[in-house]
Design a protein around this ligand. Sequence first.
Ligand code: DGP
Length: 114
Amino acid sequence: MAETIFSKIIRKEIPADIVFEDEQVLAFRDINPQGPTHVLVIPKEEIATANDIGEEHELLIGHMVRVATQVAKDEGIAEDGYRLVVNCNPDGGQEVYHIHLHLIGGRKMTWPPG
Ligand code: DGP
């Protein structure tokens, strides 16, 4: 896959407001927040889209979800609630082709999404 701007954020070549990092994942604040809390959780491994998740990624994807829920608790939005979103390909609204989990909260959200 072609490298994206998220690879540069992982390598710290461009700045980001990082809220969590370990060997497998990085979590940082979205540059265009859709709520008072909007954090992206990304794997350090380059996986382009949800369609590219293989059996070998199951633990990694589970880890991303657990990190997102821990960040939600750290941000103080867990009890009120939040949304976890993975946009896939053009119809899903994906703009950056390095898979990422959006954690959005701090406001009441509507359903269905637009
Ligand atoms: P998506 O549409 O699901 O591909 O979301 C991509 C998100 O990435 C979008 O909400 C804006 C965010 N984003 C894009 N470039 C940057 C960047 O350079 N820094 C940060 N922090 N976020 C970015």
